[in-house]
Design a protein around this ligand. Structure first.
Ligand SMILES: Nc1ncnc2c1ncn2[C@@H]1O[C@H](COP(=O)(O)OP(=O)(O)OP(=O)(O)O)[C@@H](O)[C@H]1O
Length: 316
């Protein structure tokens, strides 16, 4: 039987008085995209470093692809790709040269098949292949870092905050890449993030880490259903807009300014809401999706009395 991609049993890490990771047990099945979700300081990086054998646990055990960590099992580690530091590259080498260094370190063939060319194509790095790394934008540097992690077609990819610092287009691109790796190549992905909306879109399974403890584990559709979202509408005539929306089966709620819509159908197809309003003679001046960020989600689920206002999508 194939071993799970990751097995973590009663894992803890203490630094003097501080318990950075506190008795965490979790398991990641092959083919999952598992996201470890937590606020800054929750212990995500510490857990990932233990997973990779970079720091020793105070207690507990880790197995990766069936091999104990730390382990001299080269065969298992040859199937793991990871990205845990800020994206780093040799600044004076080109993108292609940087990848060739990794190819040599990984002892991948340089003739016949071309792992460097392949990964440049797959990560859409071709336009930058002959540019020095120091001239790359943050987004392209991050893509180069991912290319380095992926050059040997790993079965398991471990990423600490892979979309940190990227603009929305870069975030969407990385999301699409990770989803296609999982769906088309069966790659297991384990990543950490503090971005609730991103994780809800990408992961198949989510673990919630809070002050070092795993306080919940959910399938991603659970998170999607329990994350608060609505459409906020601004119109010239709220009464007219409300009547049009009600006539089409929506349930608009008044807000201090404008209207809110939380119907699943409205969230799934905002353009349909706009079309209904335009045809009904009450066109929206503004219409945007607002969603809860991780901080608000935590406050609502961990400390329900202190639930704050929703913030606009993308502000998280
Ligand atoms: N080497 C260390 N010595 C002492 N304390 C540490 C050390 N490394 C991490 N910590 C502490 O452990 C806690 C968890 O840190 P960690 O970096 O794992 O969190 P995180 O969830 O990755 O947060 P972030 O997203 O901010 O990196 C923090 O309080 C941090 O200050």
């Amino acid at each position: 039987m194939t071993a799970p991609a990751i097995e973590i049993a009663r894992l803890s890490k203490r630094y003097r008085d501080l318990t950075a990771v506190d008795d965490v047990t979790l398991r990641v099945e092959r083919g999952q995209i598992y996201a470890l979700l937590g606020l800054n300081g929750a212990g995500k990086t510490t857990l990932i470093r233990m997973l990779l054998g970079m720091i020793a646990p105070t207690a507990g055990a880790v197995r990766v692809l069936g091999a104990d960590v730390p382990s001299g099992d080269r065969a298992a580690w040859a199937k793991v790709g990871y990205l845990v530091e800020a994206a780093a590259a040799y600044p004076e080498l080109t993108v292609r040269e940087n990848l060739d260094v990794v190819r040599r370190l990984r002892r991948l063939p340089g003739t016949g098949v071309d792992p460097v060319g392949d990964i440049i194509d797959r990560l859409a790095l071709a336009p930058y292949a002959d540019r020095r790394a120091r001239t790359l934008s943050l987004g392209n540097l991050q893509r180069l870092a991912l290319a380095k992690a992926l050059i040997h077609a790993p079965a398991l990819l471990i990423l600490d905050e892979p979309v940190n610092g990227l603009d929305p287009a870069g975030v969407a691109e990385i999301r699409a890449l990770l989803a296609s790796l999982a769906h088309r190549h069966g790659t297991t992905v384990f990543l950490s993030s503090h971005l609730l909306a991103e994780v809800a879109r990408l992961a198949t399974r989510v673990g919630i880490l809070h002050h070092g403890r795993l306080v919940g584990e959910h399938d991603a559709d659970h998170l999607d259903r329990h994350r608060r979202r609505h459409l906020r509408l601004a119109t010239r005539d709220d009464d007219a807009a409300r009547a049009v929306l009600r006539a089409h089966g929506y349930h608009p709620e008044p807000a201090p300014t404008g209207l809110l819509l939380a119907d699943p159908r409205a969230l799934a197809e905002p353009e349909q809401v706009a079309a209904v309003l335009v045809h009904g003679g009450a066109p929206p001046a503004e219409l945007h999706l607002e969603e809860e960020d991780l901080e608000a989600f935590f406050l609502r689920t961990v400390a329900p009395d202190a639930a704050p206002e929703l913030t606009e999508a993308g502000d998280a």
